[in-house]
Design a protein around this ligand. Structure first.
Ligand SMILES: [Zn+2]
Length: 359
């Protein structure tokens, strides 16, 4: 019997633990109950991700983020007023991942040996109480104060990095902003290439995207990205960007945030039910990329569930992350083969890592 494991290439787990104050060792339903009545964030009591549900869904491997923004005086986005504060924030996030490792909830994956041992254990007995494997990633690199910080991060296991998030960053320009890589950003991606850190193209604005692709020759993925042709917004990739990513051997993770799935979503007003946001609408994006590629080898899941949104803004057929497996039937109904489905749920990310980490 196949193990039916799943990889999710983008979850902000430590952000949820430390900024949303969620104890992810508890079930999603216990966390919701404790948040009932709170209104400090729009997704309170609507979370979908915790370790029991990850385990129930057989999400054996995730890419888990550190995230902290620096904002200059004129930047209205929330963030830290110095890069050093942002670095310290990411070190707190790392400390939480380490505590989860100590508890046996998580296991850090840093190379092919640790990846293979982890997947062997899950495959041998998919129903046992295994740690969730995680690859540490940095979403937006403002916290990387110097190349020395990048090297320290590599030493503690950082294996993927997106140079920018929302707005203008120290090293590159992100979503809803425009500009190229700074001198520090160019040095950053070159050192990433030398260290073998995966470049996450997600959130790069178009100008920074094309510059980074020219400069960096290492492994590229897009951890959580949908398709501009279906939902026009600079956060999404256009077909030329998708074609280049395919050519570079990237895997592109489908994101589950409703505004990236259907056009004209109005935050706080639209509902997944009224707008028909279901897993099938995510498959529309995945299918678009498969048609560009001529195969199903460059797509996977990068759900971003609980990435500052909850059930109010994710597919209505997802109650918790344990429901990711429902994608299998939906893919089959669209005519995908069993091999293709296995690749999209799991194998494409694993093949990517095998290639990236054997260079
Ligand atoms: Zn993101």
């Amino acid at each position: 019997m196949p193990a039916n494991l799943i990889v999710d290439a983008h979850l902000d787990l430590s952000m949820n633990a430390l900024e949303w104050n969620r104890d992810l060792t508890q079930s999603v339903f216990d966390i919701r109950a404790r948040e009932a009545g709170r209104t400090d964030k729009p997704d309170r009591a609507r979370g979908t991700v915790a370790f029991p549900e990850l385990r129930r869904g057989k999400v054996a491997l995730v890419v888990a983020t550190q995230i902290a923004r620096y904002v200059a005086r004129d930047n209205p986005l929330p963030g830290w007023h110095s890069q050093e504060q942002a670095w310290a924030q990411t070190q707190g996030q790392l400390a939480w991942y380490r505590e989860m490792e100590t508890r046996g909830e998580m296991r850090q994956i840093v190379d092919l040996a640790s990846l293979n041992a982890h997947l062997d254990a899950w495959t041998r007995d998919p129903d046992a109480h295994h740690p969730i494997g995680y690859i540490l990633s940095l979403e937006g690199a403002d916290s990387i104060v110097s190349l020395d910080h990048l090297e320290r991060a590599y030493a503690y296991g950082l294996r993927a990095l997106g140079p920018a998030h929302y707005g203008p960053g120290v090293h590159a320009f992100g979503t809803d902003s425009d500009g190229g890589l700074s001198a520090s950003g160019r040095a950053l991606v070159k050192r990433m290439e030398e260290l073998g850190i995966i470049l996450d193209a997600t959130h790069l604005c178009d100008t920074s995207f094309w510059e980074a692709m020219d400069l960096y020759h290492g492994p590229v993925w897009a951890s959580h990205n949908n398709v501009r042709a279906l939902v026009p917004h600079n956060r999404q990739f256009d077909d030329d960007q998708l074609k280049l990513l395919i050519q570079r051997g990237a895997v592109i993770g489908a994101a589950f945030d409703a505004w990236m799935i259907v056009p004209n979503w109005k935050r706080g007003e639209s509902t997944p039910e009224a707008r028909g946001v279901t897993l099938d609408r995510i498959i529309d994006h995945i299918d678009h990329i498969c048609q560009l590629a001529g195969n199903a080898r460059h797509v996977g899941i990068g759900s971003d569930l609980d990435g500052a949104f909850g059930k109010e803004q994710c597919p209505s057929d997802i109650e918790t992350i344990a429901d990711l497996h429902r994608l299998r039937d939906r893919f089959a109904a669209r005519g995908y083969s069993a091999d293709d489905i296995e690749g999209m749920m799991f194998g494409n990310w694993i093949r990517f890592l095998n290639s990236a980490w054997s260079r």
